[in-house]
Structures are given as structure tokens and as C-alpha cells.
Write a protein of this length. Sequence first.
Length: 526
Amino acid sequence: MSRRVVVAFAIALVVNAAQTPFFQVEPAWDLDVPPNVNATGNLIFDTVSSALTHWTHTRYRNGHNLIPGTVPVGTLLYHGRGDPDVRSGVPDWVATDPEHSFMFCRTLKPEEGCWHLTLATTRPLKILYFDGSSAAKMRDGPMDSQDIVAWGKVIPERYFDERQRIIDICHWGKQFGVDGYVRMEMDFEIMLCDFTEGVDVVALASLTREGNGIPGPGRRRPPPGDPYLNLAPNSDLASEVIYSGSWHNHYPGDRRIQLDLTALVSFYDTQLVPSLVPVRFGQERWDHRLLGISADDADSVLARLESVLSAGIPSRNATGVDWDTLFKVIVDRYADRLEIAQYLLNNTTNATDTAQRVMKQLHIMLTPYLLHSASPSGKGNSWAAPIYEFCATSHTSYIHRTSAILSRMTASEHLLLGAVDQVNREICRIVVSMWVQGVDAGLDEIVRPPIVIDSDNEEVLVQHWNSALAGLMSWLDWSIWVRCRPACNFEEICYLPTWPFGRGVHEIPDKEDFLRPKPRCIPRIE
Ligand SMILES: *[C@@H]1O[C@H](CO)[C@@H](O)[C@H](O)[C@H]1NC(C)=O
Ligand SMILES: *[C@@H]1O[C@H](CO)[C@@H](O)[C@H](O)[C@H]1NC(C)=O
Ligand SMILES: *[C@@H]1O[C@H](CO)[C@@H](O)[C@H](O)[C@H]1NC(C)=O
Ligand SMILES: *[C@@H]1O[C@H](CO)[C@@H](O)[C@H](O)[C@H]1NC(C)=O
Ligand SMILES: *[C@@H]1O[C@H](CO)[C@@H](O)[C@H](O)[C@H]1NC(C)=O
């Protein structure tokens, strides 16, 4: 790219930087202005980029997104039950993995096998995905978004009212042709509204099973004393479903469900749901939930959801932008690099060494944005503003200035674009700020400052960098950074405490570990 092109391009960026659906301070590219504390772009980015993955949504159980999608033709779905009498028009639960449905395979007579049904989809099923641990029957948040869709408001007391919930939600969605609702607990499941619509029986098998099973879902039996909760996480059945759930831990998650992000409706959308802004204020992310949403906002969410579902899934009008991949590109580019920088900074042996190694990483991250025209002035950091802007906008500036795309964007796509912009902006703000400090200290091998200041104060610089990077990484809060350390051995899997284990009979000793799940290694095999 010639310099003239770069300059023209940079001007185009400046001209088009004004489109923002959030609380951003515009159009100044001031490296010292942090994001608004109430902005949710980071939360939308993280929940959407981890949609249908087990790990993030086990960590943060309270879902905030409603995402329509489809289940492709020929997909197998599994259902365990206590009798062979599958009836039409009766909603029930199916699992995407048989390890999960087999928990519900049971028999009422000791001499019989247990009943296990396999279905295959005969047409694309239209589904709605509730993110979070939306099948964790807990009163403190995971069921909130379903309550709003099924009943118009959050009703914590009905957290275990599974039979009525599935009846009411299927009744609500019938007018929009919704076949099922995707949820997650130890593994993924679908509340399937009719076992004779859009699915065919592959097999209704009577299987061998030890002992008499546990009651299936839909039986109203709140804990304590629910036999479901008697399963210890180390029982064979439980560990197998935890294991199959772990196959979907990371991107792209459970691919048997294909989401249409252009029809996303989010409770983190501060324009659609302003009433939750003060509710969330000052709360940790673990505690974010939908209780406290105004009746008007609940209505707006339902109206938005009904309109996207009526328009058709997948939506025909969308721009064609592959949002899922755009999110992934950004996670790929920064997840490892930020983590390496963090790792290097965590070495106090020799601050000069550490600072030099980290500076190299900062330079590499910013390489595509280090405009030749922006050179250190020696005073303040404003000379780097064009680099900050270029870095922050390069993934989306084309979208922002292409009216053929903009004019077709759905409200959901505007929300996604805003989230990408906010996240890029904050990553670039912190990384560029750190790099500028390094340049001033004379640490960049190529970009030299007019005068080197603080040349032998690397210890202080490393401290600043450490806290700036920690702040960025906790703001982004990507669960990809949450791992078992040291890594588990081959006979173990890395596990985050999940419902129903840790509640009811099998109360885990450290309650905090259940409420703010931390990973640990558990045996995969005996
Ligand atoms: C954030 O939201 C709280 C609660 O609504 C409000 O009091 C505060 O002024 C907001 N802060 C900013 C910077 O907008
Ligand atoms: C598609 O977009 C056109 C023009 O913006 C609009 O009139 C039409 O209602 C949209 N169709 C659907 C199904 O959303
Ligand atoms: C930093 O290093 C210490 C000791 O080596 C380790 O316990 C800690 O987890 C590290 N922190 C990070 C953020 O890597
Ligand atoms: C730190 O490392 C640098 C470069 O490797 C070296 O010149 C310096 O002597 C080291 N400082 C200390 C205190 O070990
Ligand atoms: C810390 O950095 C020094 C070089 O300054 C290196 O020799 C040492 O291995 C590093 N320690 C760790 C734990 O990475």
C-alpha cells in the first residue's frame, strides 16, 4: 500500500467514525478515555463469540441472549424415557448426545430394558437458543430469560416448574413455527415441542441398564430430595455426561445447532433494555441477571423477538457479513498474544529483560497499524492517536462506510457491530498506550523517541503494564483464559462446577467455588 493510499484511507476512517450505537465518547481518539462503565460491548462480544460453547456458559450461568437458529436435516437427537409410548403433540426433552439422554432412560419394571428413542430431523428445525446454563434449574438467574419468553416476566419461585414451562413456551412459539428451544446444563438439550413434527423415529430401543433409573425431566420435584440431585459427579452416568458436555467446551461449540446471529436479541442491549443498566451497576458479572427488568423492556424484547422470528430464520435480508467469523478472527488474533504478554510480565527476575521482551510483543500486535506518518513527539501520547484509531477501526471501517451494507443491517447486526467496535477499541487503547510508554522509555527497536525519558525505570513500567493488561483482560473476560493450571493429565478432564452437582445433597464444601466456578481436574476414567 503506498503512503498516499494509507493517508487517504486514514482520512476515510476519520470521516466515518461517528456511527456508534453505544455510549462512546466520539470522535476523539484519546488514549486516556476508558470505556463507559455501563457499556456492554465486551459482554455482548464474549457471550456471542462463545455461543453454544459449554465453557463460558458454565462459568456464567445467567443467560442474556436469545438467538434463533436451525437444526439441519438428518441430525440425530436422543431421548430417554420410562415407556415406549411416544405421543404426538406432547413436548418433551431431547439431548444432542446420548450420554445425556441415557440418564433418563429408565424402566418401571425390573425385567424390562430402559427406553431410549433416537430421532432424526426431516427438515431444518426452527429453534431458539437460550444462552447461559439455561437448563440449570436454579432460582438465582439461569431460568430468567425463559421466564420472560414463556411468562412475560421473571418468576423465581417457578424455577423448577419444568412441565408448565415447556408447555407454555411451546404454546408461545407455535405462531412463529418454533419447533424447539435449545438449552444447556451438563450438556446441550432441546425442548422439542412435538415428537412427530419435523423428526422421524430412527430407533425406539429397549436398552440394558443397571438398576432402576432416575425420574425424567418434567416431573415437578424441587430439591432437596430430588433424586436427580442424588447423582454424585463421580458416578459413571454423571461423569459420562460431563465428559460429553466437555466436547463442546470451546469454539465452535455444539455445531448441531446453527445460529442466526443476525436475529440475535440481547438483554445486554442497553438501548432495547435500559432498565437493566442501573440493576447491573456495581455488580460483578456473576451476579448479572434479568430480575428487575421493567415490564416495558420485557415487552420490547418480546416484540423484537417476535419480529425476527416472523421475518424467517435464517433471515433473508441480512447483509451477508459473517459475524461469527469476525468475532473469531479478533479472539484468535489477541487471545494468545495478550496471554503471552501477561506471562512475560509475570517475571520479576530482571525488569529490563522483561520490559524488552514484552515490548517486542506489543510491537508485533500493532504491526499492521504502525503508521509511518505517526512519529513520537516526546510530549504526551496524542501523537499515537492515528495508530489507535487505525487499530481500533480496521476490522469494521469498511462496513461503516459502505451504505449497501449499512442499509441492510438488522438491529441485531448493529448491536454486533457495536460490540466488535467497543472491544477492538479497548484492546487497541490499552495496547497502544502500553507501546507508547515503551517507546518513550526507548524500548522499541525501530520507533525511537526524540528523547528517552525514564530510561532506567523499567520496574515501574513493568508494574504499570501489568496492571493495564490485567485491567484489559478482566474487562474482556474471555473464558479461553480460564484453564486448569497445571493442565490436567490424560486421565482427567478440566471441569467447572455445574448444576446439579454442588446443589442439594451433593453440596460441595466450598460454596464460593460453585457460585463463582473455578476449574479443576476431575477423573475422566476410573
Ligand atoms: C451508569 O449507570 C448508573 C446507574 O444507572 C448511573 O448512575 C451512572 O451515572 C452511569 N454512569 C455513566 C458514566 O454513564
Ligand atoms: C427486507 O428489507 C426490505 C427493505 O429494507 C424491507 O422492506 C422488508 O420488509 C425486509 N424483509 C424482511 C423479511 O425483513
Ligand atoms: C505468575 O507467576 C506465579 C509464580 O510463578 C504464578 O503462581 C501465577 O499464577 C502467575 N500469574 C499469572 C497471571 O500468570
Ligand atoms: C538484566 O538483563 C540485562 C540484559 O540481559 C543485563 O544487561 C543486566 O545486567 C541484567 N540485570 C540484572 C540486575 O541482572
Ligand atoms: C524470567 O526471565 C529470565 C530472564 O530475565 C529468565 O532467565 C527466566 O527463565 C525467567 N523466569 C521464568 C519463570 O520465566
